[in-house]
Design a binder for this molecule. Structure first.
Ligand code: PGA
Length: 252
């Protein structure tokens, strides 16, 4: 898992016109992100459409969600098998918006991670503290506790070949990114915590950052040695801003 990764999380936004324009432009600018992996996470209904437009081997497909069941009578749900069928590579699991609006708890998240890995896709496991916890300076503890549950239930291998997305809840969609020192400190301590559990896990997972990334802060954050990539929401919905992000990080 060497290359740093940039995930574009479009959430509940976009339509065919936007997607066609965005991916065509990205195809054209392929030289800018040769050193990175880019993965697009459109609303599930547009995933296959998006995939068919992609003409670059550095661009992959990420799902914003997955169901805990593989198939059956579960109206409205999408399974890991279906996502695999359309060549999805990554699945975002436990985004704070799903925890808030869909009451997803640790038990559900664990099931989603297991099913994702079973089908050889890569889970992007979201962790992060809320504003109160940040102010109380307990971010590290909160993040570790979120991972602790998974490890206690399934062992350290649950982290192997996964991506952990450190996303402070207070930073998502607010325009307030966490400062580089804070992110670097949290990521470093999580890496250390996991490697202490099992040295064999070293270099077998990534820790990325998400929360109000823009063309100004992206460069510094992605180039920090403790940060393996970015999860970008709002700024990935603005083609000009996103192209500027990849231009800036490349000119480093
Ligand atoms: P944001 O979203 O970049 O709009 O803050 C990040 C995310 O939700 O992953």
């Amino acid at each position: 898992m060497k290359k740093k990764i940039i995930i574009c999380n479009w959430k509940l936004n976009g339509d065919k016109k936007f997607i066609k324009n965005f991916i065509n432009k990205l195809n054209k600018y392929s030289k800018l992100y040769n050193n990175y992996i880019i993965s697009i996470s459109p609303p599930i209904i547009y995933m296959d459409y998006t995939r068919k437009l992609i003409k670059n081997k550095n661009i992959y497909l990420t799902s914003q969600n997955v169901d805990i069941n593989i198939q059956g009578s579960f109206t409205g749900d999408i399974s890991a098998k279906m996502l695999k069928d359309i060549y999805t590579k990554y699945i975002i699991i436990g985004h704070s918006e799903r925890k808030i609006y869909h009451k997803e708890n640790n038990k559900i998240l664990l099931k989603k991670i297991i099913i994702t890995k079973k089908l050889n896709m890569i889970p992007i496991i979201c962790i992060g503290e809320n504003l109160n916890e940040y102010k109380l300076k307990i971010s590290k503890k909160i993040c570790k506790n979120q991972l602790k549950y998974l490890i206690r239930k399934k062992g350290i291998n649950i982290i192997k070949n996964s991506i952990i997305a450190y996303e402070p809840i207070w930073s998502i969609g607010t325009g307030k990114n966490a400062n580089i020192k804070h992110i670097s400190k949290i990521n470093k301590s999580i890496k250390k915590y996991l490697i202490n559990k099992d040295i064999n896990i070293k270099n077998k997972f990534k820790i990325i950052y998400g929360g109000s990334i823009n063309k100004i802060n992206a460069n510094k954050i992605i180039n920090n040695k403790n940060i393996d990539g970015l999860l970008i929401g709002k700024s990935s919905l603005n083609l000009k801003e996103f192209i500027n992000i990849i231009k800036n990080i490349n000119n480093n």
